[in-house]
Unconditional design. Sequence first.
Length: 301
Amino acid sequence: MFSDTISGRIRRKKILVLVGTVIVLAYTLAPIYWVIVSSFQKEIALQDRPPHFLPTPEIFTTNHYWFIFTGEIRPGSTIMIQSMYTMAGTLIWPAVVNSIAIAVCVTLVNLIVGFPAAHIFARYRFWADRRVFLVMLATRLLPSISIVIPMYIVLRQFNLLDTKRGLVGIYSAITLPFTIWILKAYFQNIPVEFEEAARMDGCSYFRSLIRVVIPLARPGIIAAGIFAFMSSYGEFVFATILTQTIRSKTQTAVIAALAQGMSSSRGMIAAAAVVCFMPPVLLAIIFRKQILEGLTARLGL
């Protein structure tokens, strides 16, 4: 009798966990599914009520993606569709390339600068080290809109407005404290005896970092790099205010401009969103194992 009661409780708990998981997945994936489905529907079908949750052959189209990647409107499109396809749609792919290039540079800066800085905070003690670390982390609490005007003035003084270099500098300054925080906690979980043994064998400080610390901290380094990439790839405020031309505009700024028109194509906006969120999704899928290892080590799990 007692065992039956326990097994019943365990079964109910499993059912509740399963139901909760399904609800969370539905809440998370439903908007993504709708954006993907909308990107393959004709514009007239997106105005139907009730909406089409599956792109049937009668409403299926790839014209939105064709225009984004080629800038051409396929023959047979109506005048309404042609008026909805603005030139901003042709800037989507160049903007995605800009975003990837900027995010890669920011990631490299974060790892090159953040790795030794985090190691120093984790292994050495110096005057006001804790205060310096907390002040550095506190800069992450500042909303972007509160510092965009000072950043604008600084970039204008150095002729870096509307440049990728200006965005790389700003994004690096914003993401670097978080990178140092992740790596510092990860280094603290690595026994210092490994580094001391390498020093006793004749390794210098930098050589011990390369030969000992980097292999042991690889999951944490990858996790920190991916978070830096995603944070800079999806930034909106600075990219919108500090850029004017496609020379430096990122995908967030271009999509915002694409959606401002009164007669914007909802199908093309959905296709642009799919094109823009694919790079970080693919990155997360490829490095999912390292991300999980880095996060679980960070949390001490």
